[in-house]
Write a protein that binds this ligand. Sequence first.
Ligand code: FES
Length: 107
Amino acid sequence: MPRAHKSLEAARHRIWVCTGTACRGRGSQALVRQLRRRSRDGATMVLATGCVRFCSRAPNVVVYPEGVWYSGVTRNVAELLMAENAIANPELEAFVSFRNKTPLEED
Ligand code: FES
């Protein structure tokens, strides 16, 4: 198995940061660097992705396996996302665009 795949499977959380044009224009590449610096323990993998079709709310970040989409993410919000049990943090609720489940979690 390729090394990147092993890392992805070992990570408890995967944070996808949109680096499409609109999100990049609002600082998403700096968010990728910030989140990667904070995720060196291997428990969280930070990945850059193309446009997730939510450009009007850029920059957007998606956290799995919880399936929570955050919009208008700032450096402060990114910092909160890296905290233990971030999903339950009420300060982050204002940035949630929507939640979805992975196909394996569907009822
Ligand atoms: S560029 Fe990020 S949602 Fe479109």
